[in-house]
Ligand binder design. Sequence first.
Ligand code: NI
Length: 135
Amino acid sequence: MIYLTRRETFAAAHRLFKDGLDDKENFELFGKCSNPNWHGHNYILEVMVSGTPDPATGFVIDLKKLKEIIQEHVISKVDHKNLNLDTDFMQGVIPTSENIVVAIWNQLKDNIPSGNLYSVKLYETENNYFEYRGE
Ligand code: NI
């Protein structure tokens, strides 16, 4: 079994808040990420696909194709966007990294043409990353 990873980066704005809480209560719950006037992160995304190489090509998945799939279904919807306002697959969800990584998994899971989507990792800062493997 081979595990291959494509790494992408994107910059996005967000705000963590719950309707019904005031700014002070949101700050107590979410800290600086609740700043009412938004803020950004430079996210790093790692998409890992597992599988055995196709004898005809030697590939588990064509990395050029994987790059295009991630671009179409994820990066084009998040890069230089506001995750709360602009990103269709984040509507109605508090854009924590936990929720973003699950949403990205769901964007990709039915669009991987060969091999199996194994994990999605999202780095929000250099000290924190969040990984989802579909369960
Ligand atoms: Ni934040």
